[in-house]
Write a protein that binds this ligand. Structure first.
Ligand SMILES: [Zn+2]
Ligand SMILES: [Zn+2]
Length: 429
């Protein structure tokens, strides 16, 4: 068995390599290379290993002839507890005591060894003790979790049973959202071939889901949250706030998805594909602003509320927390404002990718659009001189930034909401 300690650079990590080798005393040529450089080799002699090899007390002696340090191991019973950590610290301290002279470029003749590794001064950077200590703590934590897992499962089950109605409504809303979102995207993608009937169905589905929900919980007046008022839920605790905020978030999504359905219902003779995309993008941006602002009054009210028994300190803490929340919210809204302004600018100015292609440019490109493989309709030429139909390339840039043929970057940002998608992000605060 051979233990090799490499120390190629002063700050490098020491690599420990353990492997079986019959020739204990004779290092192979490659190891000689290591020794000639900045390396150090520790040979553990199997014939000297008695008892448990690695819990043994190490007694090291340097061999001047071969520049190898042989570590003789003698068995020591009663050291089995915490053997792993003590072994590691010993090996580490041993490594440091020998590796240090090398790191300063001393010759191998100056190699010294310490016959009492346990008495080595503690490592200045302490890297030998800390990992094992934190590992033990982690192990303790893991064991605690493992022990209390059954109780945690029982607690979770109780929580689920208590809020079974809320969870069921949540799953229902999420399914509705995913279904309608996917369908709107498909209808936008189909362009002229989209089905008006399908759009009407989606609209009816959204309206009926919303009305059913609000009718079921009529007494809670959850719809007040849509217009920044507090619903009449008493008492307004944490779970009630979470419930109202979650429902409101989904309903706002539904509302703006309904508007998108209406945009799709506008006859294509009146609105071009690009104009439709701009309307969809603006709708989504406005929807996101509404989603971000709707929960503010609810959380604000929750944070400032306090018990009579809390007194002045309770009120002060509540107001402070509410102020912090408002600052956090304003910072978030400021970031959103930049995105909204950009969208409004694009919406008002309109945007066209590239410029109108001439007859000559089209024939040079082969008179066939590389995307739809048909004749050019309203051809546009990009800065890379590739020509596409206006609709085809508009559809492409709903998701991509670069030319589909040569990958030249054409736009710096993808305005993905032009494809009719609604962000699935659940705005809970
Ligand atoms: Zn085309
Ligand atoms: Zn190109």
């Amino acid at each position: 068995m051979k233990l090799r300690v490499q120390n190629d650079r002063p700050d490098s990590k020491r690599a420990l390599k353990l492997r079986e080798s019959p020739a204990v005393m004779q290092p192979n040529p490659s190891e000689r290379g290591v020794l000639a450089g900045n390396g150090l080799s520790l040979n553990l002699q199997p014939e000297l290993l008695t008892g448990t090899p690695f819990t043994a007390t190490a007694a090291a002696a340097s061999n001047a002839d071969s520049s190898e340090v042989r570590v003789s191991m003698t068995g020591a019973s009663g050291d089995s507890n915490g053997g792993a950590s003590s072994r590691r610290s010993r090996v580490n301290s041993h490594t440091h005591s020998h590796a240090h002279p090398h790191s300063h470029g001393h010759s191998r003749g100056q190699l010294h060894s310490n016959s009492e590794p346990e008495l080595d001064p503690p490592d200045p950077d302490g890297d030998s003790g800390e990992p094992s200590a934190s590992l033990t703590e982690l192990r303790c934590l893991f064991r605690w979790i493992q022990k209390s897992l059954p109780f945690l499962v029982i607690l979770c089950a109780k929580l689920v049973i208590q809020h079974v109605l809320g969870l069921a409504v949540g799953v229902g809303l999420l399914t509705t959202f995913l279904y309608v979102n996917k369908n709107i995207q498909t209808q936008v993608f189909l362009q002229d071939r989209h089905s008006k009937l399908r759009c009407i169905w989606l609209l009816v589905f959204l309206i009926s889901s919303t009305l059913l929900l609000y009718y079921t919980f009529l007494s809670e007046t959850l719809y007040f949250s849509l217009i920044f008022l507090s619903p009449t839920i008493e008492p307004l605790g944490f779970w009630e706030i979470l419930w109202a905020v979650g429902i409101t978030n989904f309903i706002i999504k539904f509302l703006f998805m309904g508007i998108k359905c209406l945009i799709l219902l506008v006859p294509s003779a009146l609105v071009t594909y690009r104009t439709q995309g701009r309307w969809l993008m603006l709708t989504e941006e406005l929807g996101q602003v509404h989603q971000a602002t709707a929960p503010v009054p609810l959380w604000f009210r929750y944070l400032v509320s306090y018990q009579e028994s809390d007194g002045v300190s309770g009120l002060t803490t509540g107001v402070l927390l509410a102020l912090f929340y408002l600052i956090l919210k304003l910072l978030g809204l400021y970031n959103q404002r930049t995105s909204l302004l950009k969208t409004v600018r694009i919406f008002l100015a309109g945007e066209h990718t590239g410029s109108a292609a001439t007859r000559a440019q089209c024939s040079e490109a082969g008179d066939v659009c590389p995307i739809c493989q048909g004749e050019y309709r309203d051809p546009r030429v990009l800065i890379c001189q590739h020509v596409f139909c206006d609709k085809c390339i508009a559809l492409w840039f709903n998701r991509e930034k670069s030319c589909p043929l040569c990958r030249t970057v054409i736009t710096d940002k993808v305005y993905k909401w032009r494809d009719g998608a609604t962000s699935p992000h659940l705005q809970i605060y």
